[in-house]
Design a binder for this molecule. Sequence first.
Ligand SMILES: Cc1ncc(COP(=O)(O)O)c(C=O)c1O
Length: 313
Amino acid sequence: MSLISSPVDKTIFNNRIFFIKRDDLLHESFSGNKARKFYSFLKNDFNDCKKLISFGSAQANSLYSFSALAKLKGWQFDFYVAHISDFIKQNPKGNYRAALENGANVIEVGEFLEGETLEDYLNNNIIAKEQSYLFVPEGGRCQYAKMGIDLLAQEITYWAADNKITEFKVALPAGTGTTALFLQQAFIELNTNIEILTCACVGGDSYLKKQFFELCTDESRHPTIMKSRKKYHFGKLYRAFYDIWQALNIQTEIVFELLYDPLGWLTLTDYIESKNIPADYPILYIHQGGLLGNETMLPRYQRKYGKYDSKIG
Ligand SMILES: Cc1ncc(COP(=O)(O)O)c(C=O)c1O
């Protein structure tokens, strides 16, 4: 299983060169940042483990990759969610469908939460009763993620050296912020001055900052958060998102995903403009996969805003 060494494409978007790190091509089940965040689970034996436990949304990209990991390892997999809509239950699609096919137990506990978070509920009621399990927080936000992301940082520095690129920035959208944070740390540990630019797709800038602090108390090692021109709610549909996704699709001939990438590209283009970053200054955008989620997101967009003539995807 090749989980490292994704290619870098050179593309033009809105009259500017961008390099795209194609982590989406890494592996069908562990595409994008899951290949990086789950690398240590895949490479190391967890001989005592019989069950993988995590939580999040029923449409999360991580749900599918966790299910693939559990299947590969022969573990049972319990994934806790607050709520699954009746529509999704009756018409399983995307990550949820693929995870069920892999044998995931998706367990709905919303009615028991009584004001506490899903994570607190699991800690207080479920984990203590389990044995021989591996608990991974939502979206793989834990120190285990570091090993694979260190390798990503190394690959990027090799690519830059091979292409004689001495100064550049790396951009990627954040959810939990794990990938962006560990990547920034890895670049610092490699003695480079590569700056990570990211944006808060879930919960806003202060939530993301808090997530960074939970993984690393030293703020000087945190990525730069690019400002969003307005507040967008995670998972909601926005015309601006669909427009930029389509423009990317047509101009770069690369299919991006529809939850994180539109905000990633919107904030990045605004940032480049606001900082007057010259057109020839190299920027590497990391494509973090998640395309299975488009199975549900694209029909929603098409129902709301209509279809368009796609070159691909
Ligand atoms: C496609 C995609 N992009 C970005 C992210 C955000 O990653 P992180 O939670 O490490 O910030 C995720 C979530 O894992 C994802 O699936």
